[in-house]
Write a protein that binds this ligand. Structure first.
Ligand code: FE2
Length: 502
């Protein structure tokens, strides 16, 4: 479906010309570039539209998906009385100059202060946070601390220290580059992680990937599989499990169904109680009134986080906020526009089939209008990538209700394959729909390397029983610059006649 390799070559070439502000004056120079682009496009296999759909033939061998036992070293409790544990950080403002540091002290509140600075073991700055705790069924939480570090410098490594005396612990993080259209940055995409050995494999693979920030597509601990005191215990163990990475780089959180924790049979009727107590978001900075939906800007990306389990139909707070946020996106500053949600709007897996349909009806036309680059989701415990397609012309009075190729549409990526205790969603619908470009029921994670304003390299990495296997890869052309270049090309006769005639 779509345009095929020659058009892809032209798009690639267009953007590379734009990237370097090249002004080719002679046919000789143009010819050299033509050869260069042909070789590169062949090597990179870059077209997200127009390639044959693929259902992977990989068959995963059996591997238990039970939760790791609580006594396992993956959940090790740090040494020392009341030592801080479950350390995690997230972006603390709109533009990446602030970080929220969170941790838990088990025995008593202790200090909520963070000491920090640019030199290891020397801390010339400090910030004071707050703490709180909560009960859930028969569980009493530890003392949960959140501390905002703001006014940070871009592209700077900061060291930080929390806790007191011999129980103090030290970590570090790197701030992102300033908001700039060509800022290179690497995001990981992880979802439905849980706390099994498959989860551990995903986490270890991600940590070897060079990812600088995780876009987390929901379903964190799967603690809601437990009852009584163990619900909270498994939230705690998950916090210690992911600390190896979350203490050192921001995870941008979105909530899934396993964060709802709605259990009226045991008197717990406040949705997202554990999640909201433990995992703060910078929602106020983007004008949101709810921590479950918000936006941040980081390097060259504008990232919008939505809540699949909060009202989103017309005139609800999330709908009003999203309409406003999309109108604020400045693609000249942040050319890359991503949306993160839990329930996929397009998935051809039998499990959770069409659960995202109501949000698709509510928001898809906006995502096409604003030329969103990529939409990341989880929920379905498998991997799938779509072509650029839309289904925005259907209504109840016509029968035109099917996805069609659309150059302005996002690519939809489902990465709900982190490795939780529920196991894989192994049954896809047959035949594979035309909108589905690649799908496979394995555990894994994704990496998106933004190179500049025009190009990003994407890959999905399978956990093959502990081995790390790059499996699906695409070079994405930025949606904003792609359409700009198409318009410029039409206006430029010299380019049109001499360079793009292939
Ligand atoms: Fe889910």
């Amino acid at each position: 479906m779509g345009s095929g390799r020659p058009r892809s070559c032209r798009r690639l070439f267009n953007s590379l010309v734009e990237q370097g502000n090249l002004r080719l004056k002679t046919i000789v120079m143009g010819s050299l570039f033509l050869i260069f682009i042909l070789i590169n496009s062949f090597l990179l296999s870059s077209a997200p539209i127009g390639r044959a759909k693929k259902a992977s033939t990989f068959i995963r061998s059996e591997w238990p998906s039970d939760d790791i036992p609580l006594g396992h070293e993956a959940f090790a409790i740090p040494k020392g009385y009341n030592a801080p544990q479950q350390v995690h950080i997230t972006q603390g403002d709109y533009d990446g100059k602030a970080v929220i540091i969170s941790w838990v002290t088990p025995e008593e509140p202790g200090s909520s202060k963070v000491q920090y600075g640019k030199l290891g073991h020397q801390y010339d700055l400090s910030a004071e946070g707050t703490w709180s705790n909560y009960t859930f069924c028969k569980y009493n939480s530890g003392y949960i601390h959140h501390c905002l570090l703001d006014g940070l410098e871009y592209s700077t490594k900061y060291f930080y220290k929390i806790g007191a005396g011999e129980s103090a612990r030290e970590f570090w993080f790197q701030t992102p580059p300033k908001i700039e259209p060509d800022a290179a940055y690497t995001f990981g995409i992880v979802g439905d992680l849980g706390q099994t050995f498959n989860s551990l494999s995903t986490l270890e693979h991600y940590m070897q990937s060079g990812g600088q920030t995780v876009l987390f597509v929901g379903d964190l601990s799967y603690a809601d599989a437990y009852r009584d005191n163990d619900i909270g215990i498994r939230w705690d163990s998950w916090g210690r499990f992911v600390e190896r990475n979350t203490a050192y780089q921001p995870w941008i959180w979105s909530a899934g169904n396993h964060e709802i924790d709605y259990m009226p049979d045991v008197g717990e009727i406040r949705p997202f109680k554990s999640y909201l107590n433990r995992y703060p978001t910078p929602f106020l900075a983007s004008g949101s009134t709810n921590p479950l939906w918000y936006a941040i800007r980081r390097a060259s990306a504008h990232i919008i986080v939505l809540s699949s389990y909060s009202p989103f139909v017309t005139y609800t707070p999330q709908w009003i906020w999203l309409r406003q946020e999309l109108s604020k996106v400045n693609r000249e500053q942040t050319p890359w526009l991503f949306v993160v949600m839990h329930v996929p709007m397009y998935s051809s897996n039998d499990v959770h089939f069409m659960e995202g349909e109501s949000m698709r009806v509510a928001f898809e036309s906006w995502f096409v209008q604003y030329k969103v680059d990529l939409i990341f989701a989880g929920h379905v415990h498998a991997y799938e990538r779509s072509y650029r397609i839309s289904n925005i012309h259907n209504d109840v009075s016509t029968r035109a209700c099917f996805p069609v190729p659309d150059k302005s549409a996002p690519v939809y990526i489902t990465v709900g394959d982190g490795g939780n205790q529920e196991g894989l969603a192994g049954k896809f619908r047959d035949p594979q729909p035309n909108y589905s470009a690649f799908r496979e029921a394995s555990y894994g994670h994704s990496i998106l390397e933004i190179k500049n304003r025009t190009h990003a390299i994407y890959r999905w990495v399978r956990n093959d029983d502990g081995k790390k296997v790059p499996t699906d890869s695409v070079v994405f052309l930025n949606q904003y610059w792609a359409s700009n270049l198409r318009q410029r090309r039409l206006k430029n006769h010299w380019w049109k006649n001499h360079i793009f005639a292939f």
